[in-house]
Design a protein around this ligand. Structure first.
Ligand SMILES: [Zn+2]
Length: 344
């Protein structure tokens, strides 16, 4: 009531000024200003409601995000980089149970994190574009037990678990050598919401290479992906996780512009809204049980750690246009997202 009354007073003054100089209708002006005051009141109420909702789910959009690194999904894993179909199913079932929802690497680096309130984003990444990740039959159905088929199966069983992932592509092109078949595979991925990323043409170690070599390795495969699918990759995964001498060469070069370059280890990633986020070197986590080299820094260990440290983990407030977090974390908000801030 009070707000309405004040709004009305302002309107009278505004109307008086307006009517002296032109032919505008005072009644319309009153209405307009009234609705402006209403809109302001509504915006305030909606912000208060948003804050309340964010606090209720303990939203923490400056928290950490696990970016999981997969390679092949094969019956008999040859190295610790490989997962068997059964292991991969179990990896996904664990994520479902612990309230993770997949987003793509492109969505993450752009700050487009659109998942329900209380859920945690996870990024599933697949390196090296191997046929074990996706092979399609003659009518475009993924072969049983390929990574993509398994992801779709698990998602169908658990509504809300998005079947999306980022495929880091090299010239291996999922084992396809015929251009039309390459196009079919990449276009299928695009049409099904998968994200196409750059993994360099020949999968070479970029450390110590000249700028020309680095740019050539990145731009040629980037152009090939674009011409086959119409998608320009917005992220790159660095082979072996090694940055070039100048880390920005991986981000910008002739014909390519990446918003993020992903490494190969060893921790969860800061949120893209956090000052700790470093676009030229975003950490990923190898998917592996807690044993040997993986006793601490692979997926089982980190997912356990995130469970035990819920204040460190990214929790969504359900609104992709806000960055909600406990007020105490305010100094860590990246300036570019200041207008989205919703501290509580
Ligand atoms: Zn690789």
């Amino acid at each position: 009531m009070r707000l309405r009354f004040l709004g009305g007073l302002g309107v009278l003054a505004a109307a008086a000024i307006l009517t002296t100089g032109c032919d505008s209708q005072p009644a319309d002006t009153v209405k307009m200003a009234d609705s402006k005051a209403d809109a302001a009141a509504k915006a305030k109420a909606s912000k208060a409601a948003k804050v309340q909702r964010a606090a209720a789910v303990k939203a923490n959009e400056l928290g950490q995000i696990p970016v999981l690194m997969f390679h092949r999904v094969v019956d008999k894993p040859g190295t610790t980089d490989d997962r068997s179909p059964a292991q991969f199913r179990a990896d996904l079932e664990r994520l479902v149970k612990e309230d993770y929802v997949p987003i793509t690497a492109a969505e993450m680096v752009a700050g487009r994190i659109d998942i329900p309130a209380g859920k945690h984003p996870v990024v599933l990444t697949f390196d090296d574009s191997s046929p074990s990740q996706l092979t399609l039959n003659e009518v475009g159905v993924p072969h049983k037990d390929t990574a993509v088929a398994i992801l779709k199966e698990v998602a169908a069983k658990h509504p809300g678990f998005r079947p999306v992932a980022t495929m880091y592509i090299t010239r291996d092109m999922f084992g396809k050598t015929v251009r039309e078949e390459q196009a079919q595979t990449l276009q299928w991925l695009k049409d099904n919401g998968f994200d196409l990323g750059n993994h360099t043409r020949d999968h070479i170690n970029l450390r110590g290479r000249s700028q020309k070599e680095v740019e050539e390795q990145i731009s040629t495969i980037g152009k090939q992906i674009a011409s086959l699918s119409g998608v320009k990759p917005t992220t790159i995964a660095l082979p072996y996780g090694n940055q070039p001498k100048n880390k920005n060469w991986a981000l910008h070069g002739p014909g390519y512009h990446h918003d993020g370059a992903f490494l190969a280890g060893y921790t969860p990633s800061p949120a893209p809204f956090s000052k700790a986020f470093e676009p030229a070197g975003i950490p990923r986590i190898k998917v592996m049980e807690k044993k040997g080299d993986c006793s601490q820094f692979c997926s089982e260990a980190w997912l356990d750690w995130l469970n035990k440290n819920p204040d460190m983990r990214y929790v969504s407030d359900g609104d992709p246009r806000t960055v909600a977090y406990p007020k105490f974390k305010n100094p860590y908000l990246r300036k570019t997202f200041a207008t989205w801030a919703l501290p509580y």
